[in-house]
Design a protein around this ligand. Structure first.
Ligand code: C2E
Ligand code: MG
Ligand code: MG
Ligand code: MG
Length: 296
């Protein structure tokens, strides 16, 4: 049994793991193969793709942004979500390449969206913690915006709290340079890291995204309702827009509207889907909020 073998190996030293536990060895070579495949996918620009999830504005009822969420069509394992491969790229020193690929793709898609009649629609792209330690990031983004002729104000970068903690002063400098390009910034999964309100104030942010774990139980937990309410009030006091992540039910939506949340994202509106499907289901000038409200 794999769990048992793992348990035993913990007490008996590292070398023994490989000798006694064929499961772990198998896993190691599986991960190695995946790493190799991912490098190749990046090099050959084959298999990686972006899915998009709508972010809806609660005041206008319109589509406000799309969050780009990377997917990998693996030749043997099928469609893989980021949990399966982001860590591999991070651990092996090519997350910058991956996030660069995502940024380029997002800029290209922004241009297509503009041509299809979605002027001003923004795309939000996730940025790995590791890339925020790379001083070349602002320059790279600038270059990318120039070469794709993509307007900076259509791009938003999502960073997590953990990304900022390791070297806060450096991260602030980097983010300021990125924001100076005209790119917006949001803090992702807010509330899950060791958020310090002191530094939140110092970051050049536009948007705060409340983590899904706080939204999940607002219908049943008065404590969670109070937490979300407090986060929204605090964010507004700092002049930040608030996006609620993981909105799945009409009750959650109603609560967020009542508490003056700015935008929502979640399965209630759509899962992350290919761009074609966004275009088919969310045509320009469509008001997804009215449709969802009518349904419930
Ligand atoms: P995230 O940025 O917080 O993205 C939201 C995640 O929650 C997505 O998972 C999305 O599919 C999921 N989600 C959205 N709405 C709902 C909902 O209503 N209910 C539930 N249960 N889940 C919902 P996904 O696509 O698997 O991405 C996971 C994480 O991987 C992202 O979390 C982000 O941190 C990371 N990631 C995604 N794309 C990239 C990328 O291009 N670069 C980097 N560095 N990280 C990425
Ligand atoms: Mg995100
Ligand atoms: Mg998030
Ligand atoms: Mg998340």
């Amino acid at each position: 049994h794999a769990d048992l073998a793992l348990y035993q190996s913990k007490g008996s030293g590292r070398n023994v793991v490989h000798f006694f536990n064929p499961h772990l060895k198998q896993k190691a070579s599986f991960e190695l193969q995946l790493e190799e495949d991912l490098r190749q996918a990046l090099q050959q620009d084959s298999g990686l793709t972006l899915f998009y999830q709508p972010i809806i504005d609660l005041r206008s009822g319109a589509l406000s942004k799309l969050e780009a969420l990377v997917r990998w069509h693996h030749p043997q394992h099928g469609l893989l979500t980021p949990e399966r491969f982001i860590a591999i790229a991070e651990a092996n020193g090519f997350i910058d390449q991956l996030d660069n690929w995502v940024l380029r793709r997002a800029c290209i898609d922004l241009n297509s969206l503009d041509h299809m009649g979605y002027p001003g629609l923004k795309i939000a792209v996730n940025c790995s913690a590791l890339n925020l330690a790379n001083d070349q990031l602002p320059g790279r983004i600038e270059q990318l915006l120039n070469s794709t002729r993509c307007p900076a104000h259509c791009l938003e970068l999502e960073v997590t709290e953990s990304a900022l903690l390791s070297n806060i002063n450096r991260a602030i400098g980097l983010l300021e340079n990125i924001r100076a390009l005209g790119v917006s910034l949001s803090i992702d999964d807010f509330g899950t890291g060791y958020s310090s309100l002191a530094y939140l104030r110092r970051l050049p942010l536009d948007t705060l995204k409340v983590d899904r774990s706080f939204i999940q139980d607002v219908a049943h937990s008065s404590q969670d309702r109070e937490i979300v309410h407090a986060i929204i009030a605090m964010a507004h006091a700092l002049h930040l827009k608030v996006v609620a992540e993981g909105v799945e039910t009409a009750e959650q939506l109603a609560f967020l509207q009542e508490r003056d949340c700015d935008q929502v994202q979640g399965y209630l509106f759509s899962k992350p889907v290919p761009l074609e499907e966004i275009v088919a289901r969310f045509p320009p000038h469509y008001r997804p909020l009215e449709r969802v409200a009518a349904r419930s």
